[in-house]
Design a protein around this ligand. Structure first.
Ligand code: NAP
Length: 317
């Protein structure tokens, strides 16, 4: 006797375009393949890369139709072949897959190597706000820039979702932290641990900041290009937005690189411990139901106002 599995509600796109290409559709419940788990999703994060995927501007191939979303928090519903260390019923958080798709649905399949047990005392909304942005900050500072105690870093976009974790992690690592942000966020970024915060609309950071060991670029464009003059010779510019100009880097005697985040269980466990110990704190801005995914994307586009902090979709009851 076969038991009918109810359809899964999912945020789908079958063509690229503006937020109204998103539909809340009934799809077949996905099944975990080898090395994967099935998660009953309770919350899913929304980030700028979701807008890139939705609008067809993702750097990665994104075959259509697809379910949007990368970051999730929920309960393990099933385990795929070869998965160890996780059981049905476990509370977990993390990212679905390297394509950053599939999370914004009642049920989602995720690579077990991109998932960790959810830290005790952290609820699903907060947990779903963490994976990509916190791991990106960690990787930028310690993986790509290789920063160590006593060094100096300039973080652009410090009040943003990645930037906020970068400031907290840099302070924890006993770095000297300079940052750029809007006037409305100066106190917030100081509160996260920055030693100096420059209002990027009021002043030119390169007039105030010189000889830093590293620049973490979370903004790109002109800000990235002007950052070379803030670096000491032998310093490093790390961008999460675009590949910096290599000729400019050579002229300034620095290295400059772009990276894609690599969310792993090991990094999530480390971040989870720091959340539990209060070394890191989350920043959730807007919480919306799954059915309001279009509004969440309008917030990403800036056509709908939203508070600072991560946008999160609450899923299920
Ligand atoms: N490579 C990867 O794997 C990877 C992973 C994660 C994120 N990213 C990328 O990293 C970037 C940041 O992500 P996020 O989630 O942190 O975005 P976010 O939350 O939107 O943060 C961006 C921040 O930058 C600030 N900002 C804008 N222009 C600025 C300027 N000229 N100088 C200083 N600050 C400025 C914004 O402040 P106002 O709002 O006040 O202007 C905002 O606080 C995005 O482009 C994202 O796609 C890449």
């Amino acid at each position: 006797m076969t038991v009918a599995v109810p359809p899964t509600k999912a945020c789908r796109i079958d063509r690229f375009g503006p937020p109204d290409v998103i539909t809340l559709a009934d799809i077949e419940r996905p099944a975990p393949a080898a090395g994967e788990i099935l998660v009953r999703v309770r919350a899913a994060g929304v980030g700028p890369w979701d807008a890139w995927i939705r609008s067809g501007k993702s750097a990665l191939p994104q075959p259509l139709p697809l379910t949007l979303g990368s970051d999730l928090s929920g309960i393990v519903a099933a385990i795929g072949p070869g998965v160890t260390g996780l059981r049905a019923g476990d509370a977990v958080f993390g990212v679905t897959n390297p394509n950053f798709t599939g999370a914004q649905a009642d049920y989602a399949v995720a690579r077990a190597g991109m998932i960790a047990l959810k830290p005790e005392g952290i609820d699903d909304i907060d947990a779903a706000s963490v994976p990509v942005v916190a791991v990106t900050a960690w990787q930028a500072l310690f993986g790509e820039a290789g920063l160590t105690r006593g060094q100096t870093v300039l973080i652009h976009g410090a009040a943003g979702n990645v930037g906020g974790y970068a400031v907290q992690l840099a302070r924890w690592a006993r770095l000297t932290v300079c940052a750029t942000a809007s006037a409305k966020d100066l106190d917030y970024v100081h509160g996260l641990g920055a030693h100096a915060v420059i209002d990027y609309r009021a002043g030119r950071f390169e007039d105030a900041v010189h000889g830093v060991d590293a620049v973490i670029d979370l903004v790109g464009g002109d800000t990235q290009a002007r950052s070379f003059s803030a670096l000491k010779r032998g310093g490093v510019l790390v961008s999460a937005v675009s590949l910096p100009d290599q000729a400019l880097a050579a002229r300034h005697g620095v290295t400059a690189r772009f990276f894609l985040v690599d969310v792993t269980t090991e990094r999530l466990v480390r971040i989870g411990e720091m959340l539990q110990q209060g070394i890191l704190r989350t920043d959730v801005g807007a919480v919306l139901p799954l059915a309001a995914a279009r509004s969440a994307h309008a917030m990403l586009e800036g056509t709908r106002p939203h508070p600072r902090g991560k946008i999160v979709l609450r899923i299920g009851d």
